[in-house]
Design a protein. Structure first.
Length: 410
């Protein structure tokens, strides 16, 4: 539908107004004035009629010579998806119509390309991709306020995957360099629906590197993000807003703040942050607004995180872990660290967090028998990265199957 001249078009009737018609095909939407002998027939069709049109397409007009109706709806749709962009809640409730809007083509295209570029770099660095499980006896306990969901099968209670952390440690102990494209489900608190960056179903590029260091995996994350952005600028720069076309935006290395420094800075900004707890979304957002490029936030207290982090040498109250924070108020996009693999320490930390030891039996059996190797890794939130790159005000627009906390999804 982008080419001018005589030809054939297979498209849906997406909108009509004052002699104009909006046609939609996989290339997007196009508004034209309809002329020709079958013009009235075309404009009288209900919205979402699929038609085959033979005629001449000019810059702002379509001369219709012949039309064939392929599929005509019984009832004309009530959702006007070509009008103003829906609110986050409206989109989450009725995305099955709104994904036809042109901006969501950008979301779909960018998601596809980011995964392609990530695989390019990781495979070149010797990593292999492994399929992610959807259920298991126990998923990630370190969900920072979110709740795990579960189901039953064959008389067993199974948790839906909220993180592949223990599976990553297992596979990195065998294959050394691995990654997953993992879908995760977490029941986020209702108040997080307005944060602009929380979904209760989302995608992470989850990576683990056996026998690596914290610096190794942090540098790898920087390289992957820089490479992905560079490839977008080479192949499809127009998909990004002008502000995000700076080739140096993601150029490594990134500055780093310790957790303790971040708490201090947040307090200076007027936030009542308590040392030992996660930074509030509001404080993290405020800190993020003070940066013009991504920055690392490292060495969180053990009490604020899951049992699987390795302690910081010289100060075991802290973890060898990190978040990558995007600038301009967009906040966390990546979470990672080095993993605890010692049986006694794993048991100690699981008990300290009030978790049921029995749920982690398979993982602890591996650790007891030397089956878990030292490793470090991270998980990159794909929808959060897309949100930043496209300059979106809410993460709900960065996915084509939005699952917003508190909203019943189709």
């Amino acid at each position: 539908m982008r080419e001018h001249g005589r030809g054939e078009i297979l498209a849906w009737v997406a909108g009509k107004k004052d002699g104009l018609i909006v046609l939609r095909d996989p290339s997007g939407l196009r508004e034209v004035r309809v002329e020709g002998r079958d013009a009235d027939k075309l404009t009288s069709l209900p919205l979402e009629t699929l038609v085959w049109i033979k005629g001449v397409l000019k810059e702002s007009s379509l001369i219709v010579e012949e039309i064939t109706v392929i599929n005509k709806p019984i009832v004309e749709r009530g959702v006007n998806y070509i009008a103003e962009r829906p609110s986050p809640r409206e989109f989450a409730e009725s995305y099955y119509w709104y994904v036809r809007r042109e901006e969501f083509w950008k979301t779909a295209f960018l998601r596809s390309r980011l995964l392609k570029y990530a695989r390019e770099l990781l495979e070149e660095r010797g990593f292999i991709e492994i399929e992610a499980p959807m259920v298991g006896v126990a998923s990630d306990p370190g969900l920072r306020g979110a709740r795990k969901l579960w189901t039953q099968a064959y008389g067993y209670k199974l948790e839906l995957t909220s993180s592949v952390i223990m599976y990553k440690q297992l596979m990195a102990s065998v294959f050394e360099k691995i990654f997953y494209t993992a879908r995760n489900v977490r029941e986020e608190p209702l108040e997080n629906s307005g944060s602009g960056r929380h979904l209760f179903e989302f995608t992470q590029l989850d990576l683990e590197w056996g026998l690596s260091s914290m610096e190794d995996v942090m540098r790898l994350a920087e390289d992957l993000i820089y490479y992905s952005h560079k490839r977008i600028l080479e192949d499809s720069p127009d998909i990004l807003p002008e502000k995000n076309r700076d080739p140096n935006l993601f150029k490594p290395p990134y500055p780093m703040l310790t957790y303790s420094d971040a708490v201090k800075k947040a307090r200076e900004l007027g936030f009542n942050e308590e040392w030992g707890r996660e930074l509030s979304v509001e404080a993290e957002t405020a800190l993020s607004k003070g940066f013009e490029k991504p920055f690392w936030l490292a060495f969180f207290p053990q009490a604020s995180r899951g049992f699987y982090y390795y302690p910081l040498e010289g100060d075991e109250k802290l973890n060898m872990d990190f978040n990558l924070i995007l600038p301009w108020g967009f906040g966390e996009v990546l979470d990672g660290g080095c993993r605890e693999y010692r049986y006694e320490r794993l048991v100690e930390r699981i008990k300290k967090q009030g978790e049921d030891i029995g749920k982690y039996r398979w993982f602890l059996d591996l650790a007891l028998n030397g089956g878990i190797a030292p490793s470090c890794g991270w998980g990159l939130g794909l929808e959060r990265f897309i949100r930043f790159l496209l300059g979106l005000d809410h993460i709900v627009y960065a996915t084509l199957h939005p699952r917003l906390p508190g909203v019943l999804p189709p």
